[in-house]
Ligand binder design. Structure first.
Ligand code: ADP
Ligand code: ASP
Ligand code: MG
Length: 916
């Protein structure tokens, strides 16, 4: 019989905990024989009735239930009437506010500096303590010995905090109380350990200690600051009725009566009250359930008819979405009671959902404020919230978004449901019978199916209950199925003004569609304060970010991935860096580079790369390049609705990804000619995809760098003009060479000069071969509607036949002079007929042909007037027949090419809705 023993040193302490003044302690509780008990091992659980009531004054037996009825408070004070009304300010400090000794000091400072006539302070347990207490119980209940060391950790946390904060008698009294409580808890946990079982009231009794300790410590600190205050064990005041749905309903009348009594015995202008804990009408300790201190504060606010309830926490107020999930969330300055309720009900745990009702009754505003940022004004929750605050448009239809995870959908379906009264009632009464909490319901008007969401952990019981309740209907085929869809989440969109604003849900669903997110169920109540959608859990954060950005970000925020930070890519990044602020401020265009990838390393960012440091960041923080991962990052995992990949390479592998990117809704912008000059069917597929979807593909810089060539051609075609011929000097290098080959120097000298000036590729044969010009010609030909392959374009190469295989660029340059005579002769012939040589590309739309060759032009022809490395392109069309439309200007170089890409990005922004 002596195998297990638990010791309770003071049963009345066990029941009431902590130092209540003038408490009568029953003599029996102190008698040695009552201090321990033992149980046989293993003790049959059925014999442990942990839920029966502990009789007043009896020593602890395992058949007890914690009760505060035993707290007999002998009070002799004359009755003092409880003052109510505006003179009271209620403050509630959450766990994070009292998480350390330093923070408790800051809380005391806030209390001291509030000059309200009377203050009631509700305090939570130190952060993590309630979790630790629940953990103790779970450990003890599952017979895990480590509950002892876990309890020691709780003791140590409070011990060291108290030592930091208090001294002298205060410290001694608090520590003695703390040790006392802990030794009682130890005994109690031991009993739970032996029983392997715990009742709710035992559990509530244990977990409430966090609040008891924090309230006492805070009250000592406030007193140390020179203010007189009393601490209140709210189990003596707050009376609540448990309900079937793991909630409690306050009994306001009884609580008021108890409060009056308490106050008459503890009249004080400052009261520090425990949050979270309360008693049942039978005086059994209970709690207001997790996060219930907010609710405590609201009830207290209502009981005192306070002027305001301030909820102090660790964020600046209520955000438009959980700031841990959406980094772009904004603080909402004002919310209506309904909006706050909907936000909190649907998962914004900054406020307990039940906080609203008590204060709403008396029109008491709630203000959510940040203890760590006193300068932030916070969020005010009050009856109407429509006036403008600091330019924030409070009339905006959508205020915020919240999510609930770990849900399952239950779908009851069948043709036999239509028109049969009572089906819904039968379904929900079966659900009620298993005690499950229905979070949302949706029924199609065909009445063919009813679908509802319940917490995942309750779905098994719900499904079984429904199967059994509808067995007959299922067997008869009147119901086809009771289906469970696991792994769901709810995304709720909240805003009072949604009620009268058309198009909100369209915008919402459009944002979800653009993010490629499938909606499983929808509910919008007729109050229209809330649109709730059920999604796959894995899509939830992406969905939240997509809808949030749709309503809160500039419509033209674009997430960009830059592929190839070479010469053009790097120049583009620098241009973006220099222009970003102006674009954002003046044009409301927010361009965020979320990733940069080279062939070996890539740099990814969650919020946007700091472009003033991208080079060093790429070096320091770069990871191994992986184009698939890169795309997924840029497109998939962030809060920005639009994605564009900018391909600044000349790589055909990258070009082969465009189709896939466009299909995924990623816009593509590129100066890379490989896709459009590659196989015709690939090009046609890309263009078809571009036309079918709202995804954009821009490639202005593939021809003539920053010159408006593709856009001019498009403009002509789209306005109904017909292209007859496009002829032009498309190579900056060859333009330079022939503009300077005037007879004063040999051809090879001019090529060498161009090479030195950096106008040529490292191997000038790449320019002289004409392939690049051929690619530009094919791009323009296809753009004009010609269905040609690159091989259909004859390209005259300027690399002499014997030098084509020459090993190095250097060898080539050395040998080139041997061929100067041929070129000199051609030039001479032209000169003699008043002409010049020009290397041109031609699209002959009439004959459906293209060609790249060296041609002679009269000295009066516009092509003959060129200087430097300019490009010139002449469009001959039905409208521009006599005089071609000519575009001329620098058509090569990193700055102008990057500029061309940049203007495509801005074109994309304007297609997406940026102002012009
Ligand atoms: P306390 O301990 O002060 O009661 P809680 O952790 O219960 O604090 O609530 C505050 C937390 O709620 C914030 O730190 C924040 O991460 C989270 N939260 C979730 N949704 C929102 C939201 N919409 N606005 C503000 N905070 C939110
Ligand atoms: N301490 C309790 C909890 O963590 C109550 C609260 O902090 O609101 O749930
Ligand atoms: Mg909270």
């Amino acid at each position: 019989m002596a195998a297990f023993s638990a010791t309770i040193s003071d049963s009345s302490r066990f029941l009431s905990s902590t130092s209540l003044p003038k408490r009568k302690i029953s003599a029996s509780s102190l008698s040695p024989q009552c201090r321990s008990f033992s149980l046989p091992k293993p003790f049959p659980l059925s014999r442990l009735n942990i839920s029966s009531r502990l009789e007043r004054g009896k020593s602890f037996t395992i058949c007890g239930q914690a009760s505060v009825s035993d707290i007999s408070v002998e009070k002799t004070t004359d009755k003092v009437n409880l003052p109510k009304g505006d003179m009271w300010a209620v403050h509630k400090f959450g766990g994070t506010c009292v998480g350390t000794s330093q923070r408790i000091k800051s809380v005391a400072d806030v209390i001291v500096s509030d000059d309200s006539e009377r203050k009631l302070v509700v305090v939570s347990a130190m952060s993590k303590v309630t979790d630790m207490m629940y953990d103790l119980i779970n450990k003890a209940q599952s017979r895990d010995d480590s509950y002892i060391s876990a309890l020691d950790a709780v003791l140590e946390k409070h011990n060291s905090t108290a030592r930091d904060l208090l001294d002298g008698d205060d410290l001694a009294t608090f520590l003695s109380q703390l040790h006392h409580d802990v030794s009682n808890l130890k005994a109690m946990l031991r009993a739970i350990y032996i029983a392997g079982h715990v009742t709710e009231s035992f559990s509530d009794f244990v977990v409430g200690h966090g609040e008891l300790w924090s309230a006492q410590m805070l009250s000592y600190v406030v007193r140390k600051n020179g203010l007189d205050c009393k601490w209140m064990d709210t189990r003596e005041v707050l009376i609540v009725n448990p309900t079937s749905s793991n909630q409690v309903d306050p009994d306001f009348l009884e609580s008021e009566r108890k409060l009056e009594k308490w106050f008459s015995q503890n009249p004080s202008k400052i009261i520090i009250a425990t949050g979270f804990i309360a008693s049942t009408p039978q005086n059994i300790p209970t709690t207001l359930k997790r996060d219930g201190s907010d609710f405590s504060a609201a009830i207290m606010g209502a009981l005192f008819r306070a002027r305001q309830v301030t909820i102090w926490t660790d964020v600046d107020g209520v955000y438009s979405a959980d700031p841990r999930k959406v980094s772009e969330a904004v603080i909402l300055r004002k919310l209506s009671y309904q909006e706050a309720w909907e936000m909190s009900y649907f998962g914004a745990n900054v406020l307990h959902p039940r906080t609203i009702i008590p204060v709403m009754r008396y029109d008491i505003p709630i203000v959510i404020r940040n203890i760590f940022n006193l300068s932030a004004p916070g969020t005010t929750i009050c009856r109407t919230a429509s006036e403008d605050v600091d330019g924030q448009n409070l009339d905006s239809p959508v205020k915020g978004f919240a999510t609930i995870d770990n849900l399952a959908l239950v779908n009851v379906e069948g043709t036999g449901m239509a028109g049969v009264p009572g089906t819904a009632s039968a379904i929900f009464s079966a659900v009620k019978d298993v005690g499950a909490n229905v979070i949302m319901i949706s029924q199609a008007s065909s009445e063919h199916s009813v679908c509802f969401a319940v917490p995942e952990k309750e779905v098994k019981a719900v499904a079984e209950a429904l199967q059994s309740r509808f067995r007959q209907a299922l067997d008869a085929g009147r119901l086809s199925q009771v289906a469970v869809i696991p792994n769901c989440s709810i995304l709720a969109t909240v805003g009072q003004k949604m009620a009268s604003t058309p198009g909100v849900s369209a915008t919402l669903f459009n944002a979800l569609a653009k993010a490629n997110i499938n909606i499983r169920a929808i509910a919008q109540g007729c109050s229209e304060y809330n649109i709730t959608v059920v999604l796959k859990r894995e899509d939830c954060i992406r969905a939240l970010r997509a809808v949030h950005s749709r309503f809160y970000l500039s419509r033209t925020t674009i997430a960009m991935g830059i592929v190839g930070p070479g010469l053009i890519g790097a120049t583009l990044l620098d241009q973006l860096r220099d222009q970003a602020a102006v674009l954002k401020e003046e044009f409301n265009i927010d361009l965020r580079v979320m990733g940069i990838t080279g062939s070996r390393t890539m740099l990814l960012s969650e919020v946007g790369i700091d472009l003033s440091r991208w080079r060093e960041l790429l070096k320091q923080k770069g990871q191994v390049a992986d184009l698939e991962k890169f795309t997924q990052h840029v497109h998939g995992n962030h809060f920005i609705p639009n994605t564009a990949v900018v391909d600044c390479t000349a790589d055909s592998n990258v070009a082969s990804c465009y189709h896939d990117w466009l299909r995924k809704g990623i816009h593509v912008i590129t100066p890379n000619k490989k896709a459009n000059s590659g196989p015709l069917d690939m090009y046609l597929k890309l263009r078809a995809l571009q036309r079918q979807s709202y995804t954009h593909y821009f490639y202005e810089a593939t021809v003539g760098a920053g010159l408006p060539i593709i856009s001019t051609l498009r403009g002509l075609l789209e306005t109904g003009d017909r292209i007859l011929r496009i002829e032009g000097i498309f190579s900056g290098t060859l333009s330079y060479i022939f503009n300077n080959f005037t007879g004063t120097r040999t051809f090879s000298e001019v090529v060498a000069e161009a090479k030195e000036a950096g106008y040529t590729e490292p191997d000038p044969r790449d320019d002289l071969s004409g392939t690049d010009v051929g690619r530009k010609v094919i791009i323009l030909a296809r753009e004009s509607g010609l269905k040609l392959e690159l091989s259909d374009i004859p390209v005259q190469t300027l690399v002499p036949e014997p030098l084509r295989a020459t090993a190095s660029a250097e060898d080539f340059m050395k040998q080139l002079p041997q061929f100067d005579n041929d070129m000199a002769k051609e030039r001479q012939d032209a000169e003699e007929s008043g002409e010049v040589l020009r290397y041109v590309g031609v699209v002959d739309a009439i004959n459906q042909k293209g060609v790249v060759e060296l041609r002679r032009y009269s000295k009066t022809h516009p092509f003959a007037q060129l200087s430097g490395s300019d490009n010139i392109i002449a469009f001959t069309t039905t409208r521009y027949k006599e005089q071609p439309l000519i575009v001329r200007g620098p058509g090569a170089g990193a700055q102008v090419t990057a500029g061309g890409v940049f203007s495509d990005i801005l074109r994309l922004a304007s297609y997406l809705g940026a102002p012009s």
